[in-house]
Ligand binder design. Structure first.
Ligand SMILES: NC(=O)c1ccc[n+]([C@@H]2O[C@H](COP(=O)([O-])OP(=O)(O)OC[C@H]3O[C@@H](n4cnc5c(N)ncnc54)[C@H](OP(=O)(O)O)[C@@H]3O)[C@@H](O)[C@H]2O)c1
Length: 330
């Protein structure tokens, strides 16, 4: 693979710093590296591959350089403004925000599920929402085998999903200090409220899971509902998934179907109290699936418990995997 000139926008954030770590871990072939953040972090020093890099303040001329790929993780407003500037200069943008995800000519990619969609990118490729990434990995083989009709998502999402501000609210809350990021204390609490409320009563996070699942699985006929909840866990999102299939299934075949997928670890041995939990999944790149059982309330129903590291597989790892796909064609 050719050595890539890479930019990371939002390099000082939770996701940006993890992207740097994962680029190192996966030996991504980096040639020149440019790190951008806000004025607040200008001149911050970050280390990559034992070399020190100085963070620059992002501005409209940041992309007047020989850059092949830019990984954006600095929020939707920054992506909306700067991704078109980078794209105009011939740079492939891989965007972690929700700014471009539902645009028709922007592929939304989870490499284990729809890597082929990269073929139709037009300069911007979106990284899906963290909860959606982890859940579509086990849904894809099950959809192929049994055709999903309906999905009910109930999430238990970690504070790292809100960036550094979310972690601070949890740590401060435990010390009885007040909250700044969330509308209510998150310590010893849970908030059925992630992102803003929409006119239909859902939160934007819930609508992201619904719309992005349909786009990634390329199936608008799926009926999906979601309730997304922030819980006082530092890292790793957990999702309870209730599925209703068109076809009947045997549980043994469901296990085999999930186990065949490299990106999935089935952890399901309830006799020995073994099931996926955030404290064990933290720091990993696979999606962990357990509590696999029939939903006794419907015909052809299946329940799953799905846990993944939202900063790694839910954001940084997935973005780097997309960069690897994009780099193959450069
Ligand atoms: N956390 C997750 O689980 C997760 C998952 C998927 C996607 N995402 C998305 O990834 C993005 C970053 O999330 P995060 O959790 O890493 O947030 P974060 O920890 O708050 O980091 C935000 C980053 O954006 C930079 N930034 C803010 N304003 C900027 C500006 N005006 N110009 C340039 N850079 C600016 C910050 O730089 P300073 O240090 O200078 O402030 C920092 O590097 C968001 O779009 C988020 O929705 C997050």
């Amino acid at each position: 693979m050719k050595k890539i000139n890479l930019a990371v926008v939002g390099a000082t954030g939770m996701v940006g710093r993890t992207i740097l770590k994962i680029l190192e871990e996966r030996s991504f072939p980096v040639n020149n590296l440019y790190l951008y953040a806000s004025a607040k972090s200008k001149n911050t020093k970050l280390t990559f591959d034992s070399k020190e890099y100085i963070v620059e303040e992002l501005n409209e001329s940041s992309f007047d350089k020989n850059i092949d790929i830019a990984l954006f993780s600095a929020g939707g407003d920054i992506s909306k403004k700067y991704a078109p500037i980078a794209k105009e200069k011939g740079i492939i943008v891989i965007d972690n925000s929700s700014a471009w995800r539902m645009e028709k000519n922007v592929p939304l990619i989870v490499p284990e599920v729809n890597s082929g969609d990269i073929a139709w990118h037009n300069g911007i490729i979106s990284n899906p929402n963290c909860s959606t990434i982890q859940v579509v990995v086990p849904l894809k083989p099950l959809h192929d085998a049994y055709k999903i009709k309906r999905i009910v998502y109930s999430t238990y999402q970690a504070v790292s999903g809100s960036g550094i501000g979310g972690i601070k609210d949890l740590e401060n809350g435990i010390k009885c200090l007040s909250n700044e990021k969330y509308p209510h204390p998150i310590a010893y609490n849970c908030l059925p409220h992630i992102d803003i409320f929409m006119d239909n009563g859902y939160t934007k996070e819930e609508m992201k899971m619904i719309d992005e699942t349909k786009k990634i699985l390329n199936d608008d006929t799926l009926r999906i509902t979601a309730t997304t909840v922030r819980i006082p866990v530092k890292n790793c999102h957990s999702i309870s998934v209730n599925l209703e299939f068109e076809k009947s299934f045997e549980l043994d075949d469901v296990y085999s179907c999930l186990k065949e997928n490299k990106g999935i670890i089935v952890q399901d041995d309830v006799k020995n109290n073994i099931y996926p939990m955030p404290i064990n999944v933290d720091g990993t790149d696979q999606v962990y699936v357990g509590r696999i059982r029939r939903d006794l309330s419907v015909e052809n129903g299946l329940n799953l418990w799905v846990v993944a590291d939202n900063i790694r597989k839910g954001a940084a790892t997935n973005a780097v995997q997309i960069a690897e796909l994009a780099a193959k064609n450069l």
